[in-house]
Structures are given as C-alpha cells and as structure tokens.
Design a protein around this ligand. Structure first.
Ligand code: DGP
Length: 112
C-alpha cells in the first residue's frame, strides 16, 4: 500500500534489521526498543489493524503465531510478551498490523 512505512520495509524499500523473513511474514527489530529484545512481526500483505483480520487473510496471522516461537527459539529466549496495539486509543501509531515481541526484562501486569 502506498505511503505505508511497514509495506515499504516489507518490500525492502526501507532498510530494517531483520530477525526472520519468509514469503508471508517479516520480523524486524523495533527502532525504539522497549526491552532488551524488541521485534515487530508483520504480515507482508497490508492489513491496517486487527479489526481487518478476516477469514481470507487470517492464515497469515496464524502463521505469525507459528513464527514467533521459532524466532524466540532461534534468539534463545523462552519468556516474552506479545502486544498488538489496535487503534489510536490503544497506541497504534503505524497503521499496518504488527505484533510487538518483547523479551529480556520483567514486565508488569496489568499494563499501563
Ligand atoms: P505502534 O505504536 O504499536 O504502532 O508501534 C509502532 C512501532 O514501530 C514503534 O515501536 C516504533 C516502530 N517503528 C516505527 N517506524 C519504524 C521504522 O521505520 N523502522 C523500525 N524498525 N521500527 C519502526
């Protein structure tokens, strides 16, 4: 999608530090890490937010949740937090669906 920064990262038009890539999914390190390890996992196809997950595209989202444990295993961590911010009030700043995977420190519950 035009003017989507994460589409441009997925297409290789904007550089990123990749943690994992296949034909449907890209994982790359967040520019503003909130934990010692902070990775963003995105579907390569443009899905704006979690509200746009449908039966037609949900296989790629399921695939993301298969990929995340593989990334954790490859990077050598077992404990992590997965976050999806859906919408402005939830703090979604980039309107391309992404899952934050954070690891390497303690996390509080409930989140702020
Ligand atoms: P959110 O606030 O949930 O929409 O998270 C967006 C995240 O994306 C935020 O933690 C910063 C990160 N980010 C924004 N632009 C870039 C970029 O160009 N490259 C990388 N690696 N991360 C980015």
């Amino acid at each position: 999608m035009d003017n989507c920064i994460f589409c441009k990262i997925a297409a290789g038009e904007i550089p990123s530090r990749k943690a994992y890539e296949d034909d449907r999914v890209l994982a790359f390190y967040d520019l503003e890490p909130q934990a010692p390890t902070h990775i963003l996992v995105i579907p390569k196809q443009h899905i704006a937010w979690a509200n746009d997950i449908t039966p037609e595209n949900s296989a790629d989202i399921a695939h993301i949740f298969e990929v995340i444990p593989q990334i954790a295993k490859d990077l050598g961590f077992t404990d992590y937090r997965i976050i999806n911010n859906c919408g402005d009030q939830a703090g979604q700043s980039v309107k391309h669906l992404h899952f934050h995977v954070l690891s390497g420190r303690d996390f509080t519950w409930p989140p702020g």
